[in-house]
Design a protein around this ligand. Structure first.
Ligand code: C5J
Length: 255
């Protein structure tokens, strides 16, 4: 049983052999303890993936769709530097990295009319926006921001909904790689991050959400969305800080 531990509290990560029940296939695995709430997360690098949700130009860049709706993109951009550090460390550790993008086919055949109508905005999904057609695959605004661009071999999941599992091949990709833990970064905390974590939880994944690698246009939603994850003993998963994950990954590299 892990002891409660505060994210951000500096300590040397402990290594332990994971019970076989925490591993989907293969034998026992070495895990590294990452400080988190509501208690430490036992990271099993060989069976974990970094999942970066919707770090797209339209949500994060000044002049994108999010900004055009009057949102302060600086609130989301604060997550870029910590996520870039986690991305680099995850690649160095050989962890599977998966990126997602919210968007729709150019013919909009996968865009539910209800989603298009919602908000009664003057310009909406599929319309011409500041960075091409809004949330349409292939348009500049749909791209992942350059700081977090995927590299060859990293799956990019195009998702038509808020959750990354719905109507995508994410579940199959994770099953084929025997992944049972997800380190989750991205935007926005209360929408696509939260929806994906809930989907993952129901599918049996342990999720560690990094508080400083996620963001919302509404700071109170960010705080409450993270609280919802860790409430009731971690009803949807764990919340930690990137510094603690980086420390744990560094310790695993040291052998
Ligand atoms: C939203 C998302 N907020 N990626 N999308 O519409 O969270």
């Amino acid at each position: 049983m892990c002891k409660p531990s505060a994210p951000g509290a500096a300590h040397a990560p402990r290594r332990r052999t994971a019970p076989a029940s925490t591993v989907r296939s293969g034998g026992p695995a070495m895990t590294i303890e990452v400080a988190a709430a509501p208690y430490a997360f036992d990271l099993d690098v060989a069976h974990a993936a970094l999942l970066i949700i919707d770090m797209q130009r339209d949500f994060l860049e000044p002049g994108g769709f999010g900004a055009a709706l009057g949102n302060d993109v600086a609130l989301l951009r604060a997550a870029i530097a910590p996520t870039a550090a986690v991305l680099a460390a995850s690649r160095a550790a050989g962890m599977l990295v998966i990126h997602t993008r919210e968007g729709h086919r150019p013919d909009l055949s996968d865009l539910p009319p209800a989603k298009r109508r919602r908000g009664r905005f003057p310009v909406t999904i599929g319309d011409e926006g500041p960075m091409g057609r809004i949330l349409v695959q292939g348009e500049p605004g749909h791209d992942i921001i350059p700081d977090l661009a995927p590299v060859a071999g990293e799956p990019v999941i195009d998702k038509p909904g808020k959750g990354a599992f719905w109507a995508t091949s994410l579940g199959a990709i994770l099953a084929n790689r025997a992944i049972n833990q997800l380190i989750v970064c991205g935007v926005t905390t209360e929408v696509c991050v939260n929806t994906t974590v809930r989907e993952a939880n129901d599918r049996g994944f342990d999720c560690l959400v990094l508080s400083d690698c996620t963001g919302s246009y509404f700071p109170d939603f960010h705080t409450q969305a993270l609280r919802m994850i860790t409430a009731q003993g971690g009803i949807f998963g764990w919340v930690g800080a990137s510094a603690d994950l980086l420390r744990a990954l560094a310790s695993s590299r040291e052998g």
